[in-house]
Design a binder for this molecule. Structure first.
Ligand code: PLP
Length: 453
């Protein structure tokens, strides 16, 4: 690894003086990596060091870096029509909404915002207003899961089930409740995965009943908990959740912010389970993060309840200035075309299977408790003791990540320090990764884990 030159020393100084980083604690000793350029799955820092981005940024650069076509799509649209609010309309938004319907394989109406957090905020407001306008005025509560992450704004953070993220920011929005996710690895001894998943889903129905059926507006969940530790449910879990929501008039919001756009090996994560969400939220992979854009897809029947103009307050009174920016929409359309033309959705499934298959050989390593995968999302849960499943110490997890980085591989981890679960290493490289890229991830990670750990 090349050491800091004079120019980068100055950049680090200025970074520390002027820039406030996302979630990362300030550290004079460990300055941040300052990226300069990127191509494919590789990022180059300002000293010329190259890293394979095994996390696609924040699980988002699905088509990989350096796509000229995406820059051109945005550039051309900026010259033609750089902005017009979606209080009215424009062609890129119409075309993208139509395309998203095709991708969703069902009938939805699309509301655009800029980030995953905002997409979820819109979903919560739509769910409450829908319930009010269809004769269920008291349905205001949301049920989410512990360990799930849904965003950083007050509502989406309220839905988040990671205490670490909320600590010192509470009280947040009211009416958000949580149940435990189906963490099959930690199920009671002797219980089948299926029985445990059914029991986990039952916790949702129990909560709905205990809270009062007529007080619950919606359930929100990712198809698979990603950033919270790659917790993959059994098919029976999501089948039962769908059944419970339908039985009690509770809307099902599926957060596809990470699982969407091919990451799961299908177009959307929920397609793997055959469920039919009422609302689908999406962001990240929608533009492969080249520009900010997110969407809240709402089932047509729900949208119909917002059409009654006899009530001044019957329409969705939510606005964001930048949501559905024409350049972001044009870029997103091109991004979806690339995913289709290069068969990247299918490729994600193939690459995920290859990574998971190779990593399966690590199961006997003393630190490896469990290996889980969902498309091109892999989680390796590290434990201090295999029998008790006690999570590995954070210093071990961080040490492995740092050693991978020193060998040119960026990997991630989940994080819920308060509850003690910050022990799952995560891998989510671009869907466009080459076979050589995947081999580099395999070789580097195996060398690190089998080396000094
Ligand atoms: N939902 C999920 C599942 C996420 O992983 C994230 C972000 O990581 C969000 C929502 C929030 O998205 P954003 O950071 O774009 O607001």
């Amino acid at each position: 690894m090349q050491s800091l030159g004079k120019e980068s020393e100055l950049a680090v100084k200025k970074d520390q003086q002027y820039l406030w980083h996302n979630i990362t604690p300030y550290s004079e000793k460990n300055p941040p990596m300052i990226a300069a350029s990127a191509s494919g799955s590789w990022v180059t820092d300002i000293d010329g060091n190259k890293f394979l981005d095994g996390m696609s940024g924040l699980w988002c650069v699905n088509v990989g870096y350096g796509r000229k076509e995406l820059a051109e799509a945005a550039y051309n649209q900026l010259l033609t029509l750089p902005y017009f609010p979606l209080t009215q309309s424009h062609m890129p938004a119409i075309a993208l909404a139509e395309k998203l319907n095709e991708w969703l394989e069902d009938d939805y109406v699309i509301f655009f915002s800029n980030s995953g957090s905002e997409a979820n905020e819109a979903a919560f407001k739509i769910a409450r207003q829908y319930q009010q306008q269809t004769g269920q005025p008291y349905r205001h509560k949301f049920i989410a899961r512990y360990r799930g992450y849904h965003g950083s704004s007050m509502g989406s953070l309220s839905a988040t089930g990671q205490a670490q993220r909320k600590y010192k920011y509470e009280p947040l929005g009211g009416g958000f409740l949580h149940v435990a996710p189906p963490d099959s690895y930690r199920r009671p001894d002797g219980m089948t995965e299926e029985a445990f998943n059914l029991q986990s889903a039952q916790a949702i129905e129990d909560m709905i009943i205990w809270e009062g059926v007529e007080s619950v507006a919606a359930v929100i969940m990712e198809p698979v908990i990603t950033g919270g530790g790659v917790i993959v449910p059994h098919q029976v879990y999501l089948d039962r959740v769908q059944e419970i929501c339908n039985a009690h008039g509770v809307l099902l919001i599926i957060d596809e912010v990470i699982c969407g756009f091919g990451r799961s090996g299908r177009k959307f994560g929920h397609h793997n389970f055959g469920i039919k969400p009422d609302i689908v939220t999406m962001a990240k992979g929608l533009t492969s993060a080249y520009l900010p854009l997110s969407a809240t897809a709402v089932r047509k029947e729900i949208y119909e309840a917002f059409k009654d103009n006899s009530d001044d307050y019957g329409h969705f009174r939510h606005v964001n200035t930048f949501g559905g920016n024409p350049a972001a929409c044009a870029l997103a359309l091109r991004n979806l075309e690339i995913l289709e033309q290069e068969n990247l959705v299918e490729r994600a499934a193939v690459l995920g299977q290859r990574l998971a298959g190779e990593f399966a050989g690590l199961q006997d390593h003393k630190l490896v408790g469990d290996i889980r995968s969902f498309g091109l999302v892999i989680g390796i849960e590290l434990v201090a003791d295999k029998a008790s499943k006690q999570p590995a110490d954070l210093s071990v997890v961080k040490g492995i990540i740092a050693e991978c980085k020193s060998k040119g591989l960026i990997i991630g981890k989940n994080g819920d320090t308060v509850a003690g679960f910050n022990n799952v290493l995560t891998f989510a490289p671009p869907l466009s990764s080459t076979d050589e890229d995947i081999q580099f991830i395999i070789d580097t990670f195996k060398a690190v884990l089998n080396g000094s750990w």
